[in-house]
Write a protein that binds this ligand. Structure first.
Ligand code: CAA
Ligand code: NAP
Length: 246
């Protein structure tokens, strides 16, 4: 039986590449989309045309109840989740001076609470079955901080604290928990940065002189999900073109 891989936010730039990579490796791929996303059917149809038979369920990852309902339905209709990729995320960039509670909460709930909300639904089952992979998509900006991102950097750094603590608790049960911290990847999240900021402040900081490709991150997700990566847990793997080394 093919393993089931659940990728949150699979219709976004990074998520789509991860879905495609995992499908190519033989996983049964399931993804989530925001309940308000009106393009979900269209995305599924276009993937189908390209030969990918993905399943997708509405889920607000910021809501515990929504995560609970979504994963209960996936489990009923498809089976238990073997690989969880916590990928859904948002930015609400502004200097701390302008940061209000709404934009602080939105980012913490969507990027950090979501990791609890989703992982909580699948972790016990993975331990009982003696195999599981939890992969958290953080960011270079959780490691180094970023101008205009107190909310996002805090959430992304928090993800890795979660990874390390949970990795200790599940290490003897065949379950690994890891963080990937991508640098700037050419998706709509990065395209939302004002062009002059991207050109003058960000690209010059990347020794490779280019943005990363979603497929480059997807390859790393695939490795962490594999049996070969069984001894790798609690790690935070940077993939950022040399922008931040530590
Ligand atoms: N470093 C230093 N100074 C910066 C700066 C930076 N990166 N960005 C802006 N500034 C400075 C401006 O030069 C300006 O300075 P002066 O007042 O001296 O002219 C000042 O900050 C502007 O401050 P404002 O409060 O008026 O801010 P703003 O409304 O112009 O917008 C901002 C500020 C929202 C932070 C905007 O610059 C921005 O969007 N920056 C990009 C932030 C970023 O990198 N986000 C990453 C998104 S991608 C992502 O998150 C994916 C991932 O994980 C990598
Ligand atoms: P993206 O194209 O904007 O995709 C984000 C995805 O998250 C979308 O599919 C979106 O789904 C989903 N999402 C947002 N809020 C959600 C919610 N409340 N419930 C369910 N789904 C929600 O961004 P991306 O660049 O692919 O980013 C993916 C992840 O990588 C994020 O966690 C991001 O922080 C991280 N990352 C990105 C970069 C980069 O440079 N691009 C770098 C480092 C880390 P809907 O469209 O259905 O709302």
């Amino acid at each position: 039986m093919a393993r089931i891989a659940l990728i949150t936010g699979g219709m976004g730039g990074l998520g789509e590449a991860i879905c495609i990579k995992m499908a190519a490796l033989g996983y049964q791929v399931v993804t989530t989309y925001s309940p308000g996303n009106t393009k979900a059917e269209q995305w599924l149809a276009s993937m189908k045309e390209q030969g990918y038979d993905f399943r997708a369920y509405p889920c607000d990852v910021a809501s515990f109840e929504s995560a609970q309902e979504c994963i209960a339905q996936i489990t009923r209709e498809m089976g238990p989740v073997d690989v969880l990729v916590n990928n859904a995320g948002i930015t609400r960039d502004m200097t701390f001076k302008k940061m209000d509670k709404v934009n602080w909460d939105a980012v913490i709930k969507t990027n950090l609470d979501s990791v609890f909300n989703m992982t909580k639904q699948v972790c016990d089952g993975m331990m009982e079955r003696g195999w599981g992979r939890i992969i958290n998509i953080s960011s270079v900006n959780g490691q180094k901080g970023a101008f205009g991102q107190t909310n996002y950097s805090a959430a992304k750094a928090g993800m890795h604290g979660f990874t390390k603590a949970l990795a200790l608790e599940v290490a003897r049960k065949g379950v690994t928990v890891n963080t990937i911290s991508p640098g700037y990847i050419g998706t709509k999240m990065v395209m939302a940065i004002p062009n002059e900021v991207l050109e003058s402040k960000i690209l010059p900081q990347i020794p490779m002189g280019r943005l990363g490709k979603p497929e480059e991150v997807a390859g790393l997700v695939a490795y962490l999900a594999s049996d070969e990566a069984a001894f790798l847990t609690g790690a935070n793997i940077a993939i950022n073109g040399g922008q931040h080394m530590h």
